[in-house]
Every structure is written in structure tokens, then in C-alpha cells.
Design a protein. Structure first.
Lengths: 325, 325
């Protein structure tokens, strides 16, 4: 188990999916296989479980503890495991945080509670502050704050306030639209105690990374983590030509996964893993997510073909020119 | 002034501002000084007049015609002029287009009529296509379709159909959010008769350009055309380090120009030109735009200084000109 309380999350961090059996129960063997595949990817800095991509909204507290244990076992000493804290109830969020800490998570990804919706996110920033503070008091783990776009987004000034008041916040996972994304990067990464911005703008990843994000925390990493690493390395090396080449490969997959309705993104990724033979079929999602139709499945097949994915990863990736080092 | 034959819209295209005196009448002398200043910028391929940047919404037909004449006299022999076609009625749009063609425009920038709002363009795509076809039938000038990102945005299929069916359409000025922007670039480039995508995402220009946009058509070019041209060159040269350095400078200005409320962008640019000594003050905008506050002036001044912009242009750009060749 890798564990470091001073860890500042950065680099490429896939968020894992969670397979279920036909009766919607957790498929522990399938999960282990999926996590093993991710952990074997060169160049990652961590993996995340219990996020949107693991259908956290449909997982019980017991499911979450079990998923974390399987992931920790798969990661061993090789990689830190980040665990999501998803609850609309602050007291429950603190309990989940403590559970994750006890089990051995290396950091926590904090979702905004939906209970700050209907205006609370913007007008009552003390609600979010209390939520984050309660979690920070419950554990010593580094925190990654998930910054949405839309009604659950924290105002940037409030976010800066949270980061300054709560030293456990080491990073945010940022879904802001472009001008605000860049402003967030420039602001948080220049604080006296810098906070890393991990992009979650996987639908336009290269353009986000060139703005200077310190990493990527992404559900599509469950399928294309190796391409994310290649893109990340190219951008870090200022090799725009290679970055664009890899981006061109990512493009069909990203356009497919993040097409409307966006809520089906992880549904599509799970089908992709089955098509690639990285998960046993059929791909099962828990309701309210519903099985995708044939047209969607055909789109996914076309996208993974266009990107050039196979059971192991992105084909021929090692044959791309080596980044200028 | 004669039209530039076979002009293909691409590269760096500033959209210029209009100078008014304190009675809200056109100040043609200052408007021409501004046009002349922008036109001498190295690396630009055309100048756009009668766009948002020149407060087209508040200019009469006669004033738009005079703008063409004044601009034609001042810079028309040196550089192609692109004329905005801004009208909510298609018949009036045709009249404007003919006027611009008669006065030597080399291309037309076609705004979406606001009359397509209230859901019309989404449900009745033939409205937008007819508007463009009527303009195309009236002149043989290359057309640039302004693609908005709000309720006046043409749906993807409508945009593609328009570009496919109307040969005069040679480019779009694209204001779409990132994922859609990249999709437009790929889709319009793959048409039998490829259509250029000019970015108008000046608030996140570098990230837009690395997606492969063919150029940019931007009101901010009225102030920072030289920085935009240097950035465009750096991206074409795949020099990410130089691009990021230039983007960091541009960022100071765009964060201020495109701050909330977005509708004051050209108001701010005009104040910037006065602050820089490139226009005689006071900066006057026609109502309903209203004079900015002292706080805004201070912010603009700070941005110009942080970005290293002086009366004659952005300082220290010679190094980039060399680096990119």
C-alpha cells in the first residue's frame, strides 16, 4: 500500500470503472482484472476508484469499501489509490473519508454535495467550506476537490478561500470551461501554497493540458490511460507535433465517449472495455443508467477502431517517435 | 479600391473598432488612424470591418457603406477587407452584401440573424440555409459564416449542410465550446470542398489553435494583432514553448477584455486603445453600450502593462519572429 500524507496529486490518473454481474451485484473478479490492467500501464501516478466512473451514485457504503480494498490489493506498492467521497450529507461524507483512510487510500476525491444546489454553491459558500472542513478534520489524507461546471461549481474566489483555509486540499479536478479553466490553473497553481489543477476536460484534453494543468484525472483513462500518458509526456516535453499526433488518435474516442447525453460516458466506456476483451461481457450498468442501443454500440466500435485500441492498449503506441528529452 | 481576387479567408484577421466623437458621430479621422495602425501589423492576412467590434448593431446602412469607403481608401490597396453582413432580415442582408461587394470587399462575414432565435434555427434549419443562400446568390464573394455558441448557433448538421451546398462559403468564424470546435475543424476540413475554421475563441486562443484552426478572426486583434500573429506562427511551427510564452502574455489582456459582462469586450478594447495612445480620447461607445467605470479602466491599464503592450505594439516580439521561422 502506497501512502504519503504530503503527496501532491499530479500526472496521469485514470478513474476506474466498476463491472457488475447480470443481477447488478459487484463483479469482484472483473474489477480486479480491470484494476490490474490499469496498474500495469506505464507512466501513471495513481488510480482513482469510487468516482463517477465507478457509478458511485449507485454504490452502497459496503460496495465502496470493497471496491477500495480490491483496488488497493491490485495496486500493491506500485501506485497510490485515490478514493472518491460522494455524499450529499456532510456527516456521511466524513464517515466515508474515515473509512477510506482506514482502508489505505492515498488521497480523497471530494465531490460537491448536490445539497449545495439551488443556489447554495454560489450564495452560501460556507456550506461547501463546512463540507470540506468536516472531511479534512476526519482524516489526514490529501484532498482533491472536484470542481464542476454548472450549478455545483464553486466560485473561483470561494475555491481560493477553501484552498487557503484547508491545507489538506492539494489539488482540484477541474471541469471548468476554457477561459475559466485557464484562470483557475493560473490562480491556484500560483497560490503561496500552490494547489495543483488536474484537468478532467478529457473531451478536449490536449487543449486543456497546454494551458498548464498539472495532470489529468479522467474516467476515459479507464480505456485510454496509455494514450493519456503519451499525450501528457509530449506536452511536458513541449513537443506539439507529437501531442497533436496523439490527440488525433484520442479524438474519435473522446468525441464518442463525451457525446450527448454526457451522462452515458461511463456506460460507453464500459461497453468499450467489453468490446476490447478487457472485461467479460455483457457490460452491465446499475439503474438508473440503462443499456445503450445498437446505434451507440456501433459508434463505440467505430471509435475504438479509429483510435486503434486492442485488448492490451493503444496499438503501436511504442512505435511513435520518442518525445524530445 | 479593387477586391483581392480569389481571397481565401485564413490566417490572422483582426476586426477593427469604430471611433466616435462625443456626439456619437463617427470620427472618421481616428477610425482611419486605427485601421492604418492595425493594417501594418506583420503577419495579418485581412482586416474585418462592420463587425461586432465596430458596433455594427448601432451603425446605419449609410455608415456601413461609408466605413467600406473610408477603409478602402486608407488600407484597401494593401490588404483585403472583409465586410460584416449583419441584418435580421435576409433581404436587407442581401442589400448589405451587394453594397459591400460594390465597394471592393474581398469577403463577407455573415452574422446569424437574431430572428432565428426563440428556437427557430434548431427546429427550422432551412431559415439559416436560406439566409446564406440569398447572400450567396447576390454576390460571388467568399463568405465566412459566423457560428455562435448560444441559441443562434447552427446545429452541427445544418452547418455542415450549409457549407456543403453553398460554394461561396469558404470559412466559418467559430465561437463554439472546445469539444464542438474541434469537431467543426475535423468535419469541415473533410468536406469535398473543405471549409476553413477561423477561431474566434480569443479567450482561449492557443488551445483553440492547437486543435488545428486555420486562423483567427478576432476583435481583440484591434489591440493585440501582433501577439496573435506571433502566437499563430508559433503554433504553425509546432513550437509549444514559444506558444505558451505568448499565450501567457495574451492571457492578461483576454482575461480583462472577455470578463463578465462579455458584451463589454469591445468597449474595453476601445478604452485600451485610448490608454495606449493609439486613439484620441475619450473613448466613446454608442448606446446601449455605456461608458465603463474607473475600476474597469484600472484593470485594463494593468492588463496592458502586464502583457507588455506599448503604443507601438507588444514589446520584444522580434525574438519570436525569428524563433518561428
Amino acid at each position: 500500500m502506497a501512502r504519503c500524507d504530503d503527496w501532491q496529486p499530479d500526472g496521469v490518473i485514470p478513474a476506474a470503472l466498476l463491472p457488475f454481474t447480470a443481477d447488478f451485484s459487484l463483479d469482484a473478479a472483473g474489477a480486479r482484472r480491470h484494476f490490474d490492467h490499469l496498474v500495469a500501464t506505464d507512466g501513471l501516478s495513481a488510480i482513482t476508484v469510487n468516482g463517477h466512473s465507478s457509478e458511485i451514485h449507485a454504490c452502497t457504503a459496503d460496495d465502496q469499501a470493497r471496491v477500495l480494498d480490491i483496488a488497493l490489493d491490485a495496486a500493491g506498492d506500485a501506485l497510490p489509490v485515490i478514493s472518491g467521497v460522494y455524499s450529499d450529507n456532510t456527516l456521511e461524507a466524513a464517515r466515508i473519508a474515515r473509512m477510506a483512510d482506514d482502508h489505505g487510500a492515498a488521497a480523497l476525491l471530494i465531490f460537491p454535495p448536490h445539497s449545495i444546489g439551488m443556489g447554495g454553491g454560489q450564495s452560501r459558500p460556507e456550506m461547501a467550506r463546512a463540507h470540506l472542513s468536516a472531511i479534512a478534520s476526519a482524516t489526514d489524507l490529501p484532498l482533491i476537490v472536484f470542481q464542476y461546471d454548472g450549478p455545483y461549481a464553486y466560485r473561483l474566489d470561494d475555491l481560493v478561500g477553501h484552498c487557503e483555509a484547508i491545507p489538506a486540499i492539494r489539488a482540484i479536478k477541474d471541469k471548468s470551461p476554457p477561459p475559466l479553466h485557464e484562470r483557475t490553473i493560473n490562480t491556484l497553481q500560483s497560490l503561496p501554497r500552490p494547489v495543483n489543477v488536474l484537468t478532467t476536460c478529457s473531451a478536449w484534453l490536449m487543449s486543456s493540458l497546454v494551458m498548464g494543468a498539472k495532470g489529468v484525472l479522467s474516467g476515459s483513462g479507464s480505456v485510454i490511460a496509455d494514450l493519456h500518458v503519451a499525450l501528457w509526456n509530449a506536452v511536458q516535453a513541449n513537443d506539439l507535433s507529437r501531442a497533436r499526433e496523439i490527440n488525433a488518435r484520442i479524438y474519435p474516442t473522446a468525441q464518442c465517449f463525451y457525446s450527448q447525453p454526457i451522462c452515458d460516458q461511463h456506460n460507453r466506456m464500459k461497453e468499450a472495455l467489453v468490446m476490447l476483451g478487457r472485461l467479460d461481457g455483457p457490460a452491465v450498468v446499475r439503474p438508473p443508467l440503462q443499456k445503450l442501443g445498437e446505434a451507440e454500440l456501433a459508434n463505440i466500435r467505430a471509435a475504438i477502431d479509429a483510435t486503434g485500441l486492442d485488448a492490451r492498449g493503444a496499438s503501436g503506441l511504442n512505435n511513435l517517435p520518442v518525445a524530445a528529452e | 479600391m479593387a477586391r483581392f481576387k480569389d481571397y481565401e479567408p485564413h490566417g490572422v484577421i483582426p476586426a477593427t473598432l469604430a471611433a466616435f466623437d462625443t456626439d456619437f458621430e463617427f470620427d472618421w479621422k481616428e477610425t482611419r488612424r486605427h485601421l492604418a495602425f492595425v493594417a501594418q501589423t506583420e503577419g495579418i492576412t485581412a482586416i474585418t470591418v462592420n463587425g461586432h467590434a465596430s458596433e455594427i448593431h448601432a451603425c446605419s446602412f449609410d455608415e456601413q457603406a461609408r466605413m467600406m469607403d473610408e477603409a478602402g481608401e486608407e488600407i484597401g490597396d494593401r490588404i483585403p477587407l472583409i465586410a460584416g453582413v449583419y441584418a435580421d432580415g435576409s433581404i436587407e442582408a442581401v442589400r448589405v452584401a451587394k453594397m459591400a461587394a460594390d465597394r471592393g470587399a474581398s469577403a463577407l462575414l455573415c452574422f446569424p440573424p437574431a430572428s432565428m432565435g426563440f428556437g427557430v434555427i434548431q427546429r427550422r434549419p432551412e431559415t439559416g440555409i436560406t439566409h446564406m443562400k440569398m447572400i450567396a446568390d447576390a454576390t460571388d464573394l467568399p463568405m465566412i459564416v459566423f457560428q455562435y455558441q448560444n441559441e443562434l448557433a447552427y446545429p452541427f448538421d445544418t452547418l455542415v449542410q450549409m457549407c456543403d451546398e453553398i460554394d461561396n462559403i469558404r470559412a466559418i468564424k467559430d465561437w463554439s465550446p472546445p469539444q464542438v470546435h474541434e469537431r467543426h475543424i475535423k468535419a469541415l476540413h473533410s468536406l469535398t470542398h473543405p471549409v476553413n475554421v477561423l477561431s474566434t475563441n480569443s479567450a482561449w486562443l492557443m488551445s483553440s489553435l492547437v486543435m488545428g484552426a486555420d486562423g483567427l478572426l478576432s476583435g481583440a486583434g484591434s489591440v493585440i494583432a501582433d501577439l496573435q500573429a506571433a502566437l499563430f506562427r508559433a503554433v504553425l511551427a509546432q513550437d509549444l514553448a514559444a506558444a505558451q510564452e505568448l499565450s501567457d502574455r495574451i492571457w492578461f489582456t483576454t482575461q480583462v477584455f472577455y470578463a463578465d459582462p462579455f458584451g463589454d469586450m469591445h468597449n474595453r478594447m476601445k478604452e485600451a486603445l485610448v490608454l495606449l495612445g493609439r486613439l484620441d480620447g475619450p473613448a466613446v461607445v454608442r448606446p446601449p453600450l455605456m461608458k465603463l467605470t474607473e475600476t474597469e479602466f484600472a484593470r485594463i491599464a494593468e492588463a496592458m502593462s502586464a502583457a507588455g503592450i506599448a503604443r507601438d505594439g507588444a514589446t520584444g516580439l522580434d525574438a519570436f519572429a525569428v524563433a518561428a521561422e
